[in-house]
Design a protein around this ligand. Structure first.
Ligand SMILES: [Zn+2]
Length: 412
């Protein structure tokens, strides 16, 4: 198939200086390629761009293949003949430039944009290569070229979240984001205190760091040791979810220990504790005390309150853990600082699983109370971590840290 008059925009070619003269399809190993033939003449050169001598002449054509954005299931190639010019004074050659590509690139800028759009969706490089009809290494090269890792953010946010995520080869990496806007502030390949301190000290002045008001952390001891050094005026907040999680685990451990002590696996209390474990995690104000419901696993109709009462009346040790758990959850839910403070101060060790929890919370007493005073939590960073996890899963993991971090930048 060969035709004489073509509109370049039909092939996604925006450069008006390119004349399309023919188009045909080629098949090679089941790969269909649409080849478009064109000329780039440009304006005549009056003088040499290198030595500014006026003695220049036309010097034939140079042909190059440019990969255009693919259309449907086939690759599109522009076989472009560019006019060359020769300078008689310095013997150098030169020619017109096209805005289709950058410098001597063989990939059209539009194709690179198409690749980047797919990268932002979190697709694996091999899949993007298949869609855009180029190689996976071309995709990675395009990401390298288009994504520049940020040295620092323009303004250090007033409220930060600190967390970590599993990156390359099971290593834990540090991540920090803005608690208000949820924007990524920093990510480091490791979570060593030294690296984090160096990162912030080298990039942000003391006055900038002094403007930070709060930092949300999980119960990772190492962060709280240097946060005051980095951000002298910041308050540390322990993430509420981590407190709930810690107490929830203690409650489950106590429940399982009680279960293990029971020999009759068909008793009512055993079945309630075994299958209706969610009831014990529920806030006691949400427990239904009026309407009997069918409890699966127990195979009986009874109210939720009745089920809980049956268990805690029979096992006073479990009751102690349960009551502490409920008080803790109540204080967190209602953000009652006084209640939490009282609970931590007046708690007497009962030789059960809750002792360790309360001891840990006592250790971070001030930070735990901050979690009830301030509205911030690690929710935003957990959202980012989820996206990172999804990216890793979709791309079957990463081997190269730089590549992985660039993909994260594209995603967030
Ligand atoms: Zn010259």
């Amino acid at each position: 198939m060969s035709q004489n008059h073509f509109n370049p925009t039909c092939f996604g070619i925006e450069d008006k200086n390119i004349n399309i003269v023919a188009a045909e399809t080629e098949t090679d190993h089941n790969q269909v390629t649409e080849v478009i033939y064109g000329y780039l003449m440009g304006k005549p050169f009056a003088k040499c761009p290198y030595c500014h001598h006026a003695h220049v002449i036309r010097n034939g054509f140079r042909q190059s293949d440019i990969h255009l954005t693919s259309s449907g299931d086939h690759q599109r190639l522009l076989r472009l003949k560019k006019q060359r010019w020769l300078c008689h004074s310095c013997q150098r050659t030169f020619g017109p430039q096209t805005n289709l590509t950058k410098g001597h690139d063989s990939l059209a800028q539009a194709l690179k944009s198409q690749i980047m759009n797919l990268v932002r969706l979190g697709m694996p490089a091999a899949q993007i290569a298949l869609i855009t009809h180029c190689s996976p290494s071309t995709v990675i090269r395009t990401i390298d070229e288009r994504v520049q890792s940020q040295r620092r953010v323009a303004r250090l946010p007033h409220n930060l979240c600190f967390d970590e995520f599993r990156s390359v080869k099971h290593a834990m990496s540090f991540i920090c984001c803005d608690a208000d806007t949820h924007q990524l502030v920093a990510k480091l390949s490791n979570r060593l205190s030294r690296s984090i301190i160096d990162y912030f000290e080298n990039r942000y002045s003391l006055s900038e760091r002094q403007a930070v008001r709060t930092v949300v952390v999980d119960m990772n001891a190492q962060y709280s040791q240097f946060i005051h050094r980095l951000f002298p005026k910041a308050e540390i907040i322990i993430d509420r979810f981590h407190i709930t999680q810690l107490a929830g685990r203690a409650l489950d451990a106590a429940r399982i220990q009680t279960l293990k002590g029971l020999s009759d696996h068909r008793s009512r209390t055993y079945r309630i504790m075994k299958s209706q474990w969610r009831l014990f995690h529920k806030d006691f104000t949400d427990i239904n005390a009026d309407k009997p419901v069918y409890l699966r696993g127990v195979n009986e109709y009874m109210t939720q309150q009745n089920a809980i009462d049956l268990v805690i009346d029979q096992f006073p040790d479990f009751d102690n853990v349960y009551q502490t758990y409920q008080r803790l959850m109540r204080a967190i839910k209602t953000k009652n600082v006084h209640e939490m403070s009282q609970l931590l101060n007046e708690y007497h060790p009962q030789h059960n699983q809750m002792d360790v929890v309360i001891q840990t919370l006592k250790h971070y007493h001030h930070y735990v109370l901050n979690s009830l005073i301030y509205p911030y939590s690690n929710g935003p960073i957990e959202g980012l971590n989820r996206k990172i996890k999804d990216l890793k899963r979709h791309c079957y993991g990463f081997r190269n840290m730089t590549n992985f971090f660039k993909r994260i930048d594209c995603l967030l």
